[in-house]
Ligand binder design. Structure first.
Ligand code: SF4
Length: 377
């Protein structure tokens, strides 16, 4: 496969709370020609059938992969919905187009299935910035706290946690724990943690990680853009800094942002999340206009320019290659997987119970707002 390497800087927190700049890399696949694209798509469709495989893709990956997932009976979704879809699908092989923790979560929920990924080196700054050994030391230093981790963590970090949450259910779960008088240790995203802390008033000790895509959105520049588009609604993912979240009309997970674009009475939206989502938003809300939120100040340079360098490692070529060869299989240590499953399952059970309560109350608008993309099928 033709590809070049891109150097990526990210913040690496320690259990002391200090952070330093660390370096990683991402492989940048070469864009195929029109003929190559067509040939690769046809080959992938054939191999998915021959290998009894289904493609599950994240909203941030290349639009060709998103389209292929939908055209072949797979799904395009957030990380949890990807894992739930894969778990409930009859195929023996799941091909996960996303980043490594998503493949691991799929394996934890479907240990009997073969999980393949187009590139096993596709990672995440939140995952890289929360190594399991340092995180365990942080937890050991605060044994009085309930450990809540975000989905964007390794299986080993999830195995050390009491609860896993996604951005669509994190608020609800922390509010529930706070009402029980629990103090929280939260990891790894500091912006999402601060947002949840402000909304719930919970006592939360935060790991200081950040998503290198969302961390770059700028409040001042967003305010200026908003003046240019006074009728636009601002949709913000809560991994963004507080100054950006403050300007939002809607703060939500990827699924919730897409739902807002579909249902809100507006024709223009400013979107603060990875720009890979715009493909799905345009399909879900045709005729509406989507504008990327600004990622860099006047003199700053952007590290991600609103597109995750690791999500971009998924290509038609490496997808076709893994289907053909069976390479890039995800393995999770069975004991780590068993413990990680417990914290994921706690969230799924909570989500299902809340969903049923809301349905029993007949408040379906609330149901859709709280539970889009979360909870067991
Ligand atoms: S967009 Fe951010 S949170 Fe998502 S995989 Fe990339 S670095 Fe991680």
């Amino acid at each position: 496969m033709n590809a070049s390497l891109k150097s990526v800087e990210f913040e690496r927190p320690a259990s002391s709370g200090a952070t330093c700049v660390a370096h990683a890399w991402a492989r940048v696949p070469e864009a195929p020609s029109q003929e190559e694209r067509a040939a690769l798509k046809a080959k992938i469709k054939r191999l998915l059938v021959e290998r009894d495989a289904v493609l599950v893709a994240h909203y941030y990956v290349d639009s060709d992969l998103q389209d292929l997932a939908e055209e072949t009976g797979g799904c395009v979704a957030d990380s949890l919905e990807m894992a739930r879809f894969g778990r409930n699908h009859a195929a023996k092989t799941l091909v996960v187009a996303g980043v490594r923790f998503m493949g691991e979560t799929s394996k934890i929920l479907s240990p009997e299935k073969r999980i393949l990924m187009p590139d096993l080196d596709a990672t995440c700054s939140l995952d890289l910035g929360c190594p399991a050994d340092e995180f365990a030391a942080f937890c050991d230093a605060h044994p009085d706290r309930t450990v809540v981790v975000y989905a964007n963590t390794s299986a080993a970090v999830k195995a050390r946690a009491d609860w896993m949450v996604t951005s669509s259910i994190g608020l609800e779960i922390v509010a529930h724990l706070h009402a029980q008088g629990k103090k929280i240790l939260w990891a790894p995203d500091r912006h999402l943690g601060s947002y949840v802390q402000k909304q719930t008033g919970a006592d939360m000790l935060l790991w200081q990680g950040a998503c290198l895509v969302h961390d770059e959105f700028k409040g001042t520049e967003l305010g200026l853009l908003r003046r240019e588009y006074p009728n636009a609604k601002v949709l913000v993912h809560p991994e963004s800094p507080a100054a950006v979240v403050e300007l939002a009309d809607v703060v939500g997970s990827t699924s919730q942002m897409i739902a807002a674009a579909q249902t809100m009475d507006a024709t223009e939206f400013i979107v603060a999340t990875d720009n890979g989502i715009l493909h799905k938003m345009r399909a879900a809300a045709p005729g509406k206009r989507f504008i990327e939120a600004p990622t860099a100040g006047n003199s700053a340079t952007c590290k991600s320019c609103a597109h995750c360098p690791w999500m971009a490692m998924n290509s038609l070529q490496n997808l076709a290659d893994v289907l053909e060869t069976g390479a890039n299989e995800i393995h999770v240590d069975p004991e780590i997987g068993r413990r990680a499953h417990t914290c994921i399952d706690r969230m799924l059970t909570f989500a299902e119970a809340r969903k049923q309560n809301v349905r029993a109350s007949g408040d379906f608008a609330r149901d859709g707002a709280l539970f889009s993309g979360v909870g067991p099928a």
